[in-house]
Write a protein that binds this ligand. Structure first.
Ligand SMILES: Cc1cc2nc3c(=O)[nH]c(=O)nc-3n(C[C@H](O)[C@H](O)[C@H](O)COP(=O)(O)OP(=O)(O)OC[C@H]3O[C@@H](n4cnc5c(N)ncnc54)[C@H](O)[C@@H]3O)c2cc1C
Length: 238
């Protein structure tokens, strides 16, 4: 399909955590395209069409009629989006592209290592698996500084209740005296990841987000855990 931009209505804006918002973008009439969970769209404001930025879909290919993207307040576009966007605005959207795709084989296990906003596409993975009743195991291992930084906490917990093949685990790295947290703490370690691996041969690792986080996850999986390169999929945001 040609990369033709469509103008989409921002129907809803949801606050997910401090400085993080999800935009619900309604497809215009007649818009009906094939795309895959895990891909990203490219977005621009109609008043500055030359300034375009990519955002991973936090919705899935089983969600029709809209896209959702979840944006952190960072840099020029991220700041304008989070500070200024409101329902009723319109954005230009280029169709989804990308190769950061879930391998939905029945006997596979997807271990998704995320930090901060890099968790966004994994909501799409979990949603598709639930909507299609898939057998594939998915485990999200998510590192945040504090419990208040967890994006989609309730939604991931709900997805885990609805799908016994989906697990959501969080580790907090910078707890303060104000935090109530009895879960895992400290950085993502090879030991923590290893605890969640069942059949290593059938496990595919994913990492997405800012380069530093993805590079860290790549080293952990390829060097510390010794997984082969073809079983690690990454999406670097820059
Ligand atoms: C495939 C893909 C998917 C993506 N998905 C998402 C997503 O789902 N959610 C999301 O929030 N982002 C996502 N991004 C990142 C997004 O595209 C933007 O890059 C991000 O919102 C920042 O906006 P910007 O590029 O206009 O920032 P810019 O203003 O160009 O800044 C880029 C980076 O440089 C830093 N910077 C800018 N100025 C300075 C300075 N003077 N000193 C030091 N540092 C500086 C900024 O903090 C920022 O980290 C994705 C990127 C890619 C490539």
């Amino acid at each position: 399909m040609a990369k033709i931009a469509a103008e989409m209505l921002v129907e809803k804006v949801t606050i997910e955590a401090a400085d993080v918002k999800t935009l619900f973008l309604r497809w215009p009439e007649g818009y009906d395209i094939d795309f895959k969970t895990g891909q990203f769209i490219t977005v621009f404001w109609p008043d500055t069409p030359a300034y375009k930025r990519a955002y991973s879909l936090s919705s899935s290919s089983t969600d029709r009629g809209f896209f959702e993207v979840t944006i952190k307040r960072d840099g020029k576009m991220g700041t304008r989006m989070v500070d200024w966007i409101k329902p009723g605005d319109r954005l230009g959207v280029l169709p989804p592209v990308g190769k950061f795709l879930p391998v939905f084989e029945p006997d596979h296990h997807l271990i998704c290592i995320a930090g901060g906003s890099g968790v966004t596409p994994f909501r799409g993975f979990a949603r598709e698996a639930l909507h299609r009743g898939l057998d594939t195991r998915i485990t999200v291992l998510y590192s945040v500084r504090r419990p208040t930084d967890i994006i989609f906490r309730e939604q991931f917990e709900e997805l885990a209740r609805a799908n016994p093949r989906f697990e959501f685990h969080v580790t907090c790295t910078r707890l303060t005296a104000d935090d109530t947290w009895s879960g895992h703490h400290g950085r993502v370690t090879p030991q923590w990841v290893r605890q969640h691996i069942g059949d290593a041969e059938k496990t595919v690792f994913y990492a997405c987000g800012p380069n530093a986080l993805v590079d860290f996850a790549e080293r952990l999986v390829l060097e510390d855990l010794g997984a082969p390169k073809e079983r690690m999929k990454v999406e670097k945001w820059g």
